[in-house]
Design a protein around this ligand. Sequence first.
Ligand code: CMX
Length: 469
Amino acid sequence: MAALRSAVQKSVARSGIASSRRGFASTAPALKAATLKERLAELIPKELENVKAARAEHGKKSFGPVLVDQLYGGMRGLPALIWDGSVLDAEEGIRFRGKTIPEIQEALPKAPGGQEPLPEGLFWLLVTGEIPTAEQVTELSKDWAARAAIPDFVEDIIDRCPPTLHPMSQFSMAVTALNHNSAFAKAYQNGISKKEYWGPTFEDAMDLIAKLPNIAGRIFRNVYGGGKLPAIDPTKDYSHNLATLLGFDDKPGFIELLRLYITIHSDHEGGNVSAHTGKLVGSALSDPFLAFGASLNGLAGPLHGLANQEVLIWLRKMQSKIGENATDEAVKEYVWSTLKGGQVVPGYGHAVLRKTDPRYTAQREFALKHLPDDPLFKLVAQIYNIVPGVLLEAGKAKNPWPNVDAHSGVLLTYYGMDQMNFYTVLFGVSRAFGVASQLIWDRALGAPLERPKSYSTEAIKKIFANKSA
Ligand code: CMX
């Protein structure tokens, strides 16, 4: 299977898909389009032609054999989905519409005085394949601020949750309940034509992203305290408002961190659990709130987004067991004890990546700039020098290197957010950007209902009984 994966990756690399800077057939900059929706309306007919041409030219070509092991092995490496916002290369990491993380850090508009990219710009890029102007990004900030209020009954749902209910469960419930006001669900009931699906999907996608700070802020304050939720400020960007609602806007570094955090956590191609779940559920024409609510339930798993919480819990346990400023030898022994206890080392390994996750590197660079002497950051750096060797020696993990979740909690803790159970909610806010942008395109391009074929083990045995390969 590894050979197949590598063959497919090489052929993808040769074709330039992973590193393509093209994204769309046409990426001519939007000169006049003031709003994202206007620009999208211009792009959709061209992209429909682009997809038609790709299917006409390549539709009947084989994308490599499928091994029975892939059916049993979580479909690793199986080419099975179209996802336009980003492509993940096993060695290089993620590219958003063809651009690496350092490239988007350079190219996307920043807040006045800020150095990190504004996630509004990343969303524009994911949706259109184009780098927006500062004005376009400001318009998007204002649009999201105007859409940010959540219905009273959703506030009630959150307020009625016991503080012991995990924040991700509260988050998923609240997002699912937003379906009450879905423009798509309403339009569908009113008999909207297929060709028009993307319009109300776009409105729902924008509402979804816009309302997440109010949901996240309310959950945070209900569970951990912090008083009444302040109002959204329409003159501030999305991350600034999120920081305000969480009660951390007195720390400029935290606001900058959120801008970087949301940008790098937004999208990681289509096959990961949260992205694929959103696409799958959306393929039944469930509206973006239902689809993304389902994504969140997948993100809440410890092998996926919950790993950012697990990393901090693991680090704290390590510190209480072997003390702070422990020697490399003591840390190594602790890592081995984790493995021998039949547990995974959280924040390490990946289903696709085979090198250090560039999202980890971006966060490490942020730490070097803003918190170089922080003891917990130093521990994370120390672990980086130890865990890969242990995982390699243990001999099971295909990728011994750290992923995005190995670093994020340390940065949040530095700014005072040590409520580890909340960390995955921030991942969820970010992941909405990727899932929502793909949902818009899926409806614009008429993506069909997903329905892959499954087999029983009995059927596999019969089918392959007399076949040697
Ligand atoms: N610690 C211990 N064992 C690990 C490991 C780790 N960090 N990473 C992989 N392994 C083990 C697997 O559990 C598997 O063991 P079994 O054969 O006993 O089942 C074996 O190595 C082979 O796994 P793999 O093919 O290398 O990895 P998978 O594609 O199956 O899983 C992932 C990928 C991320 C779930 C896994 O590396 C892991 O559990 N990591 C720790 C949890 C984590 O950090 N998740 C976050 C990923 C990023 C994200 O989605 O947010």
